[in-house]
Design a protein around this ligand. Structure first.
Ligand SMILES: Cc1ncc(COP(=O)(O)O)c(C=O)c1O
Length: 455
């Protein structure tokens, strides 16, 4: 009889599948490694088994024990699967931005879910900190800690890496994968680099993650990117980071399903989106392998839903897809950019603001914008007596407003506002043509959004 002793024995040996349609016109062969063939639907089945087996060997997890882990979902499914087979209690702490399907899925395996707000890692309410706290409170608890546990990357060093090497006959030249805990990328990269140091390792990072950017901001794609650097992300092995937007990730995932018949998650869409871009500069002899971490079935209510894509501003008809040029044209006096010279006094600035009914001003010097003034900092300065009305505005001005070309879309202005900028200078042919403020964006959304029509 040919059979598996339990579901865990079916993990791994996932297929490499060639992309033939969405890669049209590109020179290298591009393969995806379809990790959704794992029984839990994701790449995370691999580290889940390894981390638990090693904890058992080390005596850290004993019969009747409890597995506790902070997870964005897939590690949770992997651990819940192992816990079911081995008879452990399993508690998973998840940020509330995860899809409803993921919560339901984990409960279906009999695991318990603790939902926490999606907050910064440093917050006591973050999923990492809540899980750590529970692990100290519950007797017999074991926290695999996928961000630090060396058996997470090890599972990929021992299985995913060798599978890629063998299935490509050692011909792989570029390995592309998203980076969450870093386990997949670091483990596979270590194996491939040992086999051939010339293999290029490309990390895929969402716009908003700190792996490839200076600061963190929110994004929608799940499972990749972080606002801290986990121990399992081995930066020394990564040759290049390719940054991918939410829209790029989701649009590519949808294309994968419609054109290649491959239903995968948003991080898979991000990885393929980045790989296609990299492949533009590669040659016929190059062989690219892209990891597809999970199944698209967990995202049917998200980017596979046209309604969700529209609400989130990812489709063409969405009101969020207006350009800054169009937004500016809707403003009264849109053709007039009011500014103030660096030599002006506080009193003159207040007069300009009063006369034109605006609460922020770009500061002009030698035909360039060298700073900005806001009503709030003028008020604060006068209130605190740190400035006099006769002072030059130099004394109180802030850094210049960020600049965006008029062809950019509202979502980019939104990101700047979310980072704290009170206004944005809109450029035409590299020259400022107008100023946009938060209220301009709000006015437009209210006008477009029928639900708010009565506001
Ligand atoms: C959907 C998805 N993609 C990618 C990853 C990243 O994998 P890793 O944590 O090995 O870097 C994860 C990790 O949880 C994930 O859930």
């Amino acid at each position: 009889m040919k059979y598996k002793k339990n579901i865990l024995e079916t993990v791994g040996h996932t297929p490499l599948i060639q992309l033939t349609k969405i890669s049209k016109g590109l020179k290298p062969m591009i393969f995806v490694k379809a990790e959704f063939f794992n029984p839990g639907g994701s790449v995370k089945d691999r580290p889940a088994i390894k981390m638990i087996e090693e904890a058992e060997k080390a005596g850290l997890l004993k019969p009747g024990g409890t597995i506790i882990e902070p997870t964005s979902g897939n590690t949770g499914v992997g651990l819940a699967q192992v816990a079911a087979v081995k008879g452990y209690r399993c508690i998973l702490v998840m940020p509330d931005k995860m899809s409803e399907e993921k919560f339901a899925l984990i409960k279906a395996y009999g695991a318990e879910v603790v939902k926490v707000p999606t907050t910064a890692t440093s917050s006591p309410e973050s999923y990492n900190n809540v899980a750590q706290r529970l692990a100290t409170e519950i007797h017999g608890a074991f926290l695999p800690n996928q961000f630090q546990n060396p058996y997470n990357p090890d599972s990929h060093y021992l299985t995913t890496g060798p599978e890629i090497w063998e299935d490509t006959d050692g011909k792989v030249t570029h390995y592309v994968a998203g980076v969450g805990t870093g386990g997949t990328l670091s483990g596979v990269a270590k194996y491939l680099k040992e086999k051939n140091p010339k293999v290029q390792i490309i990390g895929i990072d969402p716009e908003g993650s700190i792996y490839s950017g200076a600061y963190s901001k929110s994004y929608k794609v799940e499972g990749i990117g972080e606002d801290f650097l986990p121990r399992n992300v081995n930066m020394a092995l990564i040759d290049h980071f390719e940054r991918v937007s939410d829209r790029g990730a989701f649009e590519t995932a949808v294309r994968l399903a419609r054109e290649e018949g491959i239903l995968a998650g948003g991080s898979a869409g991000a990885a393929v989106c980045g790989a296609l871009k990299i492949a533009e500069n590669l040659k016929e002899t190059d062989v690219v392998v892209v990891i597809l971490p999970d199944t698209g079935r967990a995202y049917l209510s998200k980017f596979y839903s046209e309604k969700w894509m529209k609400e989130m501003g990812f489709t063409k008809e969405s009101p969020y897809r207006i350009t800054l040029k169009e937004l500016l044209a809707k403003k009264e006096l849109s053709d007039k950019l009011i500014s103030i010279s660096l030599k002006s006094t506080v009193k003159e600035a207040i007069n300009v603001m009063r006369k034109s009914g605006i609460s922020q001003l770009p500061v002009l010097h030698n035909n360039g914008y060298v700073g900005s003034l806001s009503e709030i900092s003028l008020m604060q300065g006068i209130f605190d007596r740190t400035i006099q009305v006769s002072d030059e505005i130099k004394k109180i001005m802030n850094k210049p407003f960020p600049e965006l070309d008029e062809s950019k879309e509202a979502i980019e202005a939104f990101h700047e506002f979310a980072l704290g900028s009170p206004a944005i200078l809109v450029l035409r042919d590299s020259k400022p043509t107008g100023l946009l403020t938060k209220i301009d964006l709000l006015d437009h959304f209210l006008e477009e959004n029928k639900e708010f029509a009565s506001v």
